[in-house]
Design a protein around this ligand. Structure first.
Ligand code: GLU
Length: 307
């Protein structure tokens, strides 16, 4: 039995000298003004343990961490048919890259880059109005986190929409290949709102716990996805969860993980725990600098790396 409280305290001590380093995302004001000195960590284990340290109860913008949950939701609805529309290979490209799409006929490399996430969002929309799909995604996260306080930050969603030219290009380009079925405006509105979900480390760790536990949330006992699906989502997180730095994350941490430009990372230690970290300063690849260091320390201290 791991001493979880001792573990999070030790991890926090390990990274303390680095707190505040990295560059906060500055493409929208609501993210640019976040204090880079925040650091939070929360662990939820399959046997019901929890521990947290630092700013683990402060909500932050989960951004692309949401792509894991929309992927789960879409797989639950359309099953393997989703893989006809999106691949499962690492892209080796930045999160918002468009270059591969033309060569690969509008089939994005994987569901965790922006192009793939837009296709996944289109699968969730499936003819619904964006406000319905957004409400469904929000409800889904509230259920997974077992916390009704999970919310969409409207200011972030609005700013994403005002500056989302690259995402609009991606969606239009994919639609030109016939791989987006709903109006591009609806897909973008839904996507910008899912990126704007605000969650705490504690909520996020709970929300990801089913992935560590073969698809079942061990706290409430409900099945979220089948065991094969959980295994596959973990595989995609491992190979694609950190964009063109996914190999480096696997090398250093050895856990399936998904980052977001808000500075959050969700990591899964299969059969053991779900871990959420948050530190807003990013490295050159757009992933949380101190968050990755914290997970590296945690993996070293616990031996939880899957390798
Ligand atoms: N809202 C960002 C975008 O789609 C999310 C990017 C990220 O978190 O990596 O551009």
């Amino acid at each position: 039995m791991t001493d979880l409280a001792g573990l999070v305290a030790a991890v926090r001590e390990d990274i303390a000298p680095q707190i505040g380093t990295g560059r906060v995302a500055d493409y929208i004001p609501a993210l640019a003004r976040v204090d880079p000195r925040h650091f939070g960590i929360a662990i939820a284990t399959c046997d019901g343990g929890t521990a947290a340290a630092g700013d683990a109860d402060l909500p932050f913008s989960i951004q692309s961490v949401s792509k894991v949950f929309t992927l789960t939701l879409a797989l639950g609805r359309v099953g393997d048919a989703l893989w006809r529309r999106v691949g499962r290979e690492p892209s080796g490209s930045p999160f918002n890259s468009i270059v591969q799409l033309e060569r690969e006929q509008g089939i994005p490399r994987n569901p965790l880059i922006n192009a793939g996430a837009l296709v996944v969002t289109d699968a969730i929309l499936a003819g619904r109005r964006p406000e319905i799909a957004i409400a469904e995604i929000l409800m889904y996260l509230r259920e997974l986190a077992d916390d009704p306080r999970v919310a969409v930050d409207r200011e972030v969603a609005q700013s994403e929409a005002e500056t989302g030219f690259r995402n609009a290009s991606l969606a239009n380009f994919i639609r030109s290949f016939g791989n987006i079925a709903n109006p591009v405006a609806s897909v973008l509105e839904t996507y910008f709102n899912q990126c704007a979900l605000a969650m705490t480390c504690r909520q996020l760790a709970h929300a990801g716990l089913f992935l560590a536990n073969g698809g079942i949330d061990p706290v409430g006992g409900q099945r979220v996805v089948g065991p094969d699906e959980a295994r596959r989502i973990n595989a995609i997180m491992m190979t694609c969860g950190h964009y063109d730095a996914s190999g480096d994350f696997a090398f250093r941490v050895g856990l399936p993980g998904k980052s977001g430009v808000g500075g959050g990372i969700l990591a899964v230690a299969p059969r053991r725990a779900s871990i959420a970290v948050w530190s807003p300063g990013l490295n050159a690849s757009g992933n949380s600098l101190v968050g990755a260091l914290a997970l590296e320390s945690l993996s070293r201290r616990t031996g939880w790396s899957v390798f």
